[in-house]
Design a protein around this ligand. Structure first.
Ligand code: F6P
Length: 537
């Protein structure tokens, strides 16, 4: 089925209710996938047998499987940058080689991983100490985008495994971020990791210079180097910064920034949880890689997660997607997924240079439950638009003494999905008002406010417990979902040209804001704003 066929099928569904689909006793099982302990249930959606068959046919017609295989084989599928896409190699234990330009890249990956582990162990065990002889109690990771969101999200997610030095993440060029972070720390006991794939990102080099000055003032210029480490693909630039090569952890240009957590960009995470747990995290990602390569059609979890998203966004026309982890430690996951999905698939031009004639990726947003319930769920339940929700829940928490709270968390998560699907009819709302003693026009008026339209779709990802292995599975699942969406749309999910223009303009505007250059030639609005900030300071 092509796009038009899918849209025709959707219109033909009329006012089909999800509840009606679930009258079929095998619907829940048939529209779910289990893989290595995970359960993905997309049965509470309007995707029926015919829609699923059509979506799978679309995936086949757009060559998803061939493109997947090309990615894993190291072909240069990032065509606009002429690069392979091999973040999967970072979590590949071997022994089969992974070739790029006739060279096996796995030995390099494993050597870097083992250098990272030595560094992390030495730091955690106190063998690598500050020049003054004391232990490093705090580590500050300075990076932004993919050099921040992944490790910051994962460090929080795996807090129960955190037994290393304290980790802090600084990203924003707003001086408030680094100021407030460093203000709490002792420079003599702080190690700073400068994490930047390119080592040219203005936010990171500016914050790194601020941190370097802070260190130098406290420990002296000659000792600064022992408080620094770097993660980058640009060894020449880290050398210009005077960071000793043994403290630099490199990676290759076939790892995209937003896919880089699995290698040296994950150094902060490894320092926090230790190399053994980091390896479990990699193993979880690799297990999902194997599943993605081997499972066929409707048994393939990333494929069906992607097709569920495509059904909702491109076919049903719902403009956004909410990601709602009922897991406080996944609080930063929505922000991480925003970069993963929106930087990857927020494109208007197909790989062949033509304009897309279908919408590209959706707006992704979200917050952990139950907090969101007391904030924006009102709109999800009763607003005029439909927001497909992707819930996430662990069967078990990490706090046995608080198991009763975890049961409440699960009950809330399941109740929201049920409420979205079932809603409340006018008759039920009228009965509720009558039971409260209302009658006549007032009963009608009050009842209408208490109607929930229902039939609002949601999907659920359930996992046993948020362990390093499970986090690896979840993140690789979402990476492959983004991959499938991009392949079906025919776009390159691995470049990000759309972030460049703003960077260029900011570089040119900085001296104007500083008052060292004129605002002549700027549009009236920009000139007015520059005049305002110049006059107000
Ligand atoms: O500006 C976007 C971006 O290039 C992201 O893709 C990347 O994750 C981030 O900036 C940081 O880049 P770097 O790691 O090179 O500093």
């Amino acid at each position: 089925m092509d796009w038009d066929g899918l849209k025709r099928h959707r219109s033909g569904q009329g006012d089909l209710r999800i509840e009606t689909l679930l009258d079929n006793p095998s619907r829940a099982r048939d529209f779910s996938i289990r893989a290595d302990g995970l359960l993905f249930d997309y049965s509470k959606t309007t995707m029926d047998e015919e829609a699923r068959a059509g979506l799978l046919a679309l995936a086949e017609a757009t060559g998803v499987a061939a493109r997947r295989d090309a990615m894993f084989k190291g072909h240069k599928i990032n065509e606009t940058e002429g690069r392979a896409v091999l973040h999967t190699a970072l979590r590949d234990p071997g022994p089969d080689p992974v070739m790029v330009d006739d060279e096996d890249v796995l030995s390099g990956v494993h050597a870097t991983l083992s250098r990272m582990a030595d560094f992390a162990d030495a730091l955690r065990g106190g063998d690598l100490c500050a020049p003054g002889g004391g232990r490093f109690t705090d580590v500050v990771n300075i990076g932004i985008g993919g050099s921040d969101l992944g490790p910051a999200m994962a460090t929080l997610a795996l807090a129960p495994y955190h037994d290393g030095p304290r980790l802090h993440y600084v990203s924003n060029v707003d001086g408030a971020h680094i100021h407030d972070t460093l203000a709490r720390l002792d420079p003599a006991a702080t190690l700073v990791i400068v994490a930047s794939k390119t080592f040219t990102t203005i936010e990171t080099v500016t914050n790194a210079a601020t941190a370097r000055d802070w260190l130098a003032r406290a420990v002296g210029e000659e000792a600064v180097g022992e408080h620094l480490a770097a993660v980058s693909t640009a060894a020449d630039k880290t050398a210009e910064w005077g960071i000793a090569p043994e403290r630099v952890f490199g990676f290759e240009d076939w790892v995209g920034g937003r896919y880089s957590l699995w290698g040296p960009i994950g150094l902060g995470l490894m320092i926090a949880i230790g190399p053994a747990h980091f390896n479990d995290f990699l193993a979880g990602g690799h297990a999902m890689d194997l599943h993605f390569q081997r499972a066929v059609g409707a048994d393939n979890m990333p494929l069906m997660l992607a097709l569920t998203g495509i059904w909702h966004h491109q076919v049903c026309g719902y403009p956004t997607r909410a990601v709602l982890p009922y897991d406080q430690r996944l609080a930063r996951l929505p922000a991480y997924l925003q970069q993963l999905e929106m930087e990857s698939n927020g494109k208007s031009v197909a790989m062949d240079g033509h304009s897309l004639d279908i919408p590209s990726g959706p707006v992704v947003w979200g917050e952990p439950g139950t907090n969101g319930q007391h904030a924006f769920y009102q709109l999800i339940h009763q607003g005029t638009g439909v927001v497909p929700c992707e819930f996430m829940i662990a069967a078990e928490g990490h706090e046995p003494a608080l198991a009763h709270q975890h049961r409440l968390l699960i009950a809330n998560c399941l109740a929201q999905a049920e409420a979205l699907m079932k809603g409340r009819s006018l008759e039920a709302a009228r009965a509720l008002m009558a039971a409260q003693g209302l009658s006549g026009d007032e009963l009608d008026r009050q009842a209408r406010h208490r109607v929930f339209p229902g039939n609002r779709p949601s999907a659920m990802l359930a996992y046993p417990k948020l362990t390093p292995f499970v986090l690896g599975q979840i993140l690789a699942l979402y990476e492959h979902r983004v991959f499938v969406e991009g392949a079906v749309l025919g776009i390159n999910s691995f470049d990000q040209w759309g972030v460049e223009l703003g960077k260029e303009l900011a570089r040119a505007l900085e001296p104007v804001v500083a008052g060292d250059a004129s605002a002549a030639g700027k549009d009236g609005s920009t000139a007015q704003l520059i005049a305002f900030v110049r006059a107000a300071r």
